[in-house]
Design a protein around this ligand. Sequence first.
Ligand SMILES: [Zn+2]
Ligand SMILES: [Zn+2]
Length: 141
Amino acid sequence: MFIFYFLLWTFALYWIHRIGHKVPIISSYHLSHHSYVNHNEVYWHWNNLFLYNDNVRSTIDLWIMEVIPTFIFSYVFGCWYIFVFYYLWAAFLQERIEHNKNFNLPILTSGRWHLIHHKSPYNYGLFIPIWDIIFRTYRKL
Ligand SMILES: [Zn+2]
Ligand SMILES: [Zn+2]
């Protein structure tokens, strides 16, 4: 059942992210995230425990695009383990690998694969690239 909800959840986040790029207010916060990312120093900071990332605008973007949708998803489907999984990712790992140009695992969407997204309209997916492949927004390194 985890696999089913995981796929459904990543499908929802993929489309929220992709549509978010087209919605003016959301995209203004989201493009702040695209422009303000610490590409050189990859670090973990204690405020990540409160799902705070980079700066205020980038954090608002994170909550609009991921935190609140994941909370609603977990509530609607009664699968809180998805939210717990997301929290563990966002609180401990995201800042270290999502924008780490030295991180490069083709089956995961973090690191160099995600950094392509910051410069071009490809690679929207979180965690796994399956929805980018299906909806033709996948770009290889
Ligand atoms: Zn984006
Ligand atoms: Zn990013």
